[in-house]
Design a protein around this ligand. Sequence first.
Ligand code: MOS
Length: 731
Amino acid sequence: MSPQPQAAVGAPLSRVDGRLKVTGKALYAAEHDVDGVVYAVIVDSGIARGRITSIDTRAALAHPGVLRVISHRDAPKLPYRDNAGSNNPPGRRLRVFQDDRVLFHGQPVAVVVATTLQAAQHGASLVEVGYDAERPSTDLREAEADEPTRYARGDAEAGLRSAAVRMDLTYRTARNHHNPMEPHATIARWSGPRLTVWDKTQWVVGTQNELAAVFGIPAQAVRVISPFVGGAFGSGLRCWPHVVVAALAARVMARPVKVVLSRRQMYFGTGFRPSYEYRLRLGSDRRGRLTAMAHEMDAETSSYEKFTETIMPAGQMLYSMPNVSQAYRTVPLDVNTPLWMRGPGFATASFVIESAMDELAHQLGLDPIELRRRNEPAEDESNGLPFSTRRLRECYTVGAREFGWDRRRPEPRSRREGDWLIGMGMAAGLYETQRNTAQARARLNADGTATVEAAASDMGPGTYTSQTQVAADALGLTMGAVTFRLGDSLFPPTPPHGGSMTMASVGSAVLDGCDQVRQQAIKLAVEDRRSPLYGAAAQDVVVRDGRMHVKDDPARGETYRQLLARNNRTHLEALGAFSRPSGAERHSFYAYNATFAEVAVDATLGLVRVRRMLGVYDAGRIISPKLAHSQAIGGIVGGIGTALLEHTVTDHRDGRIVNANLADYLVPVNADVPDIKTIYLDGEDREADPLGVKGLGELVHIGVAPAIANAVFNATGRRIRELPISAEALL
Ligand code: MOS
């Protein structure tokens, strides 16, 4: 086949759904107009551990507009069947309104249903719940840990003993909350045995399967609709308790029910990035060649789920060294369950490893980039596989040049502008290139337009746009002639919209479906005696602007419309598919970055201002440069938050989150966000997937926090090993 001309892919296009979003026409979960809907507000637990002893609903029920209060005392018993294909873990799920036990502060204990939102809110405040409270355990550093997951190669202890330079460092990271702009919300409606939910989710298929399991009905009886997601950063990767509350209440009421979490409820109604205590011991020779690293990682989890994330690989393959040991322990606490949050695992590992590398460089008197170059591996030392592509060296070179790294003074606290101490820092980042089974349906219509559908989500990266770009080029249509639809479990299944796998997985399925349709059309034409293309070799035909023509003879051709009309075809259609090659991977697949930061720290007040940031990315082919830059801005802003501001604080006396609001939980605002530059290395990853993409959404966040921490050290000479870096810590 002649390769299709690429007009849309690689072009810096604006979002195809941008107008819908800025005019308010894009409908988010709570905004769907469902006839006869009533409003439900969750009453959440005021204790973190214990039992419910009484629920007094009299005042609530007396309030005008309140229709009903549902709790474990009268809720239907739900089967909670095995949940294959669900976005929740099997086994010990939190079961909504099934018993009197309280497992965390904020757990749903009742729901008030009313004719208006205001009545439901007021009614919820009138429900009196009595508890038999026990002392909760919510402190990572006090509670007992589970048995560790371990990894070892070589002998880390011996490697450390024989090392010329040894360091023993303990880092602490704060709990972070996703805090998307759009709150989580669900509208549920039953029609007989069939359930429809409009939900904020990153995986309609997973939510469909979970609801089917919870209610004991076939998956085909559940439809999940989620065309727009106003940010999520991972919080939409679960079917949370409020989704079940909405469906349960709708069944009890025999009416559609809407549940919207308040901002406060988002702090325990959905997940969070778990806090870590992370001890890293490392050894090197005098020239900076690493001999060993020993990682001990303790992370928060809930009492009802052993939540783990991909924290271990970075320590095994980011740098070359013979000896590695790792022990990763979850610590069960009386909290709601954590979940993946942007750059899950890797962001935390990168903060620790990249801070430690900076400490080592300083101790050795080596440039931090030079130290990293000396430890660059030739292959993935965790499994002996060649890298599909690994262009970290280029990231360093390009980044150092563009950022003006040669202006950095290696001696900390040696650059001052008035009250401000100025410093520069950098870090490496990496994220695994994930790909998973996906399908997409492509349909070319008689009028020359096309519709492409997949059950994917778009939580903000611009999936509507990037998939349209892939489809447009594969079909030989303009962007405007292609409509891409997503966010409905009726569409062909896709993997979670997380782990940065959407472009590789869904994109490759879209490419396949559209390639098939284009080839169907070309075949029809070259075999049609009435076509100017009759008798041409199919592989010589390309399509541009909806017109097929012989590649080297553009005059010889016709349009899709002419072809379909003459052949009385209403459409051509194909189901595209992508799956990873079966069997073990033959390459090590990661995307990489080098991230650079310049900070100014007020010498007397300890205030940190980020002045400049640069990210250089080895992320494979970039489908949409404008959206990629947007992704990086978001990831870097999130990294500034993790580094300097974000910290969910729990009162360990009662297990309550004390800053469950956006006034006290700090996120970066415009004034915190500096000049951000991004550079994407040109090229593609031919081994990863047919599009050659490596994933971007996680990668752009990873490495930001350590680059800032390292810049703070360069500015002040103070090494802060606890995130967020506070003014107090710098005084
Ligand atoms: Mo991402 S944390 O996998 O949404």
